[in-house]
Design a protein around this ligand. Structure first.
Ligand code: ATP
Ligand code: FE2
Length: 331
């Protein structure tokens, strides 16, 4: 079975072709175009303009690299939410056009759950606690009583947005994560920063204000600040994830989301899991960042389990969909 995945929750427009053989998935293509900026933040109208301008070439590339035609596709999966309304609407409109023109079945996929499912398919993790750290989202998710439940999350901003906001203060541009990681490697001194974790939830607002003040003082080396930011924030994340593992009794930690590309975070995850006799996993980078293959894979699982295709009028978007709203009949 050939599945076409479409991802459009935010800055990334992705199109992927995935082949399903029972429980095995082969990614035939995973194309994306990412809206980036130099210095300024993300404006929804500008991101949509970008996405619309690249749709044609993106489809050509994704179908071409997989050597398939649109008519060969058996199922279309698009990200239904959560995300930015402006950009979600683009993915939903593409899915609806394909359904109307070619009569293909379509399913709507929760973006956060897709970050977890791609890891279950592409790494040895089977029943993990997911530390999902991306731009807008920071959640600790695990399967419990028929649903993916959020055990802990950020009480204010997502870790990626937090890092990108600091990047803006430093004039780095979007995305700032890789650049902060580079600076952090040259850090020599730990600067004391607020550490805010409540149970399995974390908060970053106070930390942001504190760092903003420190940057304005111009008293600290940027490299030391970057290093201290990573050490502090990642320790908070790993501590919350460890609590969720202890609470659920699960012995696998899976990383997902763009911030999980960070090698220091991956290292901390390995150390924590090893100390508890557990294991940590992360799919390769193209599947950590927003991508359409994870949408196609999750759509394939849903379809195989009997989730009914959507009627065209139900191919809507759910910008505020919560992870636990989704009934998971495929596990
Ligand atoms: P969401 O999944 O919530 O829709 P998103 O679309 O912004 O969020 P991703 O594409 O998964 O998320 O991740 C992008 C984020 O990852 C950006 O905030 C970026 O700064 C961050 N990031 C990327 N690489 C790194 C890195 N090496 N270290 C830290 N952060 C990183
Ligand atoms: Fe994401």
């Amino acid at each position: 079975m050939l599945i076409l995945g479409i991802e459009s929750t935010a800055h990334t427009l992705g199109v992927s072709i995935v082949e399903r053989h029972g429980e095995r998935y082969v990614v035939r293509s995973n194309e994306k175009r990412v809206y980036t900026t130099h210095g300024e933040g993300l404006i929804p109208a500008k991101i949509s303009e970008h996405h619309i301008s690249v749709i044609d070439e993106l489809f050509r590339d994704a179908l071409g690299k997989a050597s398939v035609m649109l008519d060969d596709i058996d199922l279309v999966a698009y990200s239904i939410g959560p995300g930015i309304g402006h950009t979600l609407r683009i993915g939903a409109a593409i899915a609806r056009s394909i359904a109307l023109q070619r009569g293909k079945p379509v399913v709507g996929v929760n973006h956060c759950i897709a970050h977890l499912e791609v890891g279950r398919v592409l790494t040895p993790a089977r029943d993990p606690v997911l530390l999902y750290v991306s731009g807008a989202n920071t959640q600790i998710i695990a399967f419990d009583a028929g649903r993916y439940r959020i055990f802990g999350e950020t009480l204010d901003m997502g870790v990626g947005n937090f890092i990108d906001s600091i990047g803006r203060l430093l004039g780095i541009g979007f995305p700032a994560g890789p650049r902060i990681e580079e600076l952090a490697r040259k850090g020599e001194r730990y600067i004391e920063l607020p550490y805010t974790i409540k149970g399995m939830d974390i908060s970053l607002g106070g930390l942001y204000t504190n760092i903003k003040q420190k940057i304005e003082l111009k008293k600290y080396r940027i490299e030391d600040l970057a290093y201290s930011i990573q050490e502090t924030v990642f320790a908070m994340l790993i501590e919350a994830a460890e609590r969720a593992m202890a609470h659920t009794g699960k012995d696998e930690l899976l990383l997902g989301g763009g911030v999980a590309c960070n090698s220091r975070l991956q290292e901390m995850a390995r150390i924590m899991t090893k100390e508890r006799g557990a294991k940590s996993f992360a799919p390769e980078k193209q599947f950590l960042l927003d991508n359409a293959a994870m949408i196609a894979i999750t759509g394939g699982m849903m379809h195989a389990a009997g989730v009914q295709p959507l009627k065209p009028r139900d191919m809507i978007i759910k910008p505020y969909q919560r992870t636990e709203e989704v009934e998971v009949i495929w596990r």
